[in-house]
Design a protein around this ligand. Sequence first.
Ligand code: NAP
Length: 308
Amino acid sequence: MSHVMIGLVGVGKIARDQHIPAMTAVSGCQLVATADPHAALPDTPAYASLEAMLDAHPEIAAVAVCTPTHLRYSQARLALMRGKHVLLEKPPGATLSEVEDLMTVADQQGGSLFAAWHSRFAPGVAHARQWLAERRIQRVEIEWKEDVRVWHPGQAWIWQPGGMGVFDPGINALSIATAILPQPFFLRGATLQVPSNCQTPIAAELSFTDAHEAVIEAHFDFRQTGPQTWDIHIETDAGRLDLTQGGCCLAIDGEMVVEAEEREYAGLYGHFAELVARHESDVDVAPLRQVADAFLYGHREMVDAFIE
Ligand code: NAP
């Protein structure tokens, strides 16, 4: 398989923490250049805009879009219209409609479009999905609690419309839940706690059910200091499953069956290279739809202002 030559747009925290190391590690992908108005990497050609990067490097076959969510659509569309394949960091867009339009454009242009739900590549997720496939879900507890100051330092966009607030990490939990639960589930009620100086929630309590009336609860909080919590606990008619540490650990009926290091982005880029080689797309909007439902149907509670 020849290398996918990649241009990266948005050289921020996630690009540096994950995308660049993963591209370097995965055979099948090669970083050619970056586009960001201010940031650059040593030893990599850097441009202030996506257009300038694509003009300068016709060999770029694919663009990884790692900018804040409200910029996804215009940048992804531009890249697709220039005949490039596109990897969208999660969330794939600020709205469902724009993601659906990107799917149409990718189809028309013959480009691969990948909505990269990185948490689905956590080591325990595939096994969990397989184990749950034949079982009846009774109860699910999702606890996704992290420190916004650690993971999103100084990022004003996260508190603006489209930034999603605590749903920025919470959508990762929903990307796992929508992948492993055997039945579709839907929102019954939600409370969104919104700081008085922000547009998006800092915490959320969500209640879902499915066609068999399973009880599915999610607790998202951006104010957790100390150890971080990214856990999903599931009781079924035939045993219990605990997927913890963001999906790195999987226990079934109390016995650890998967305990592995986090390598989500290596899996994600491997999958992207395969999609490009097969001229296929992979865009699942289910996690984004759950978030949209929470914004559509949730109660708002105003809480203390968020001071960075
Ligand atoms: P970030 O640190 O704010 O990085 C975004 C980068 O994009 C910044 O360097 C920003 O520059 C740049 N940018 C802004 N406008 C641009 C434009 N028009 N063209 C090119 N670059 C532009 O944010 P992040 O944490 O990396 O998050 C980016 C995306 O990744 C978000 O959608 C987030 O949900 C997702 N994500 C984040 C994490 C995480 O742990 N942080 C994890 C997984 C996924 P300025 O700072 O100068 O505006």
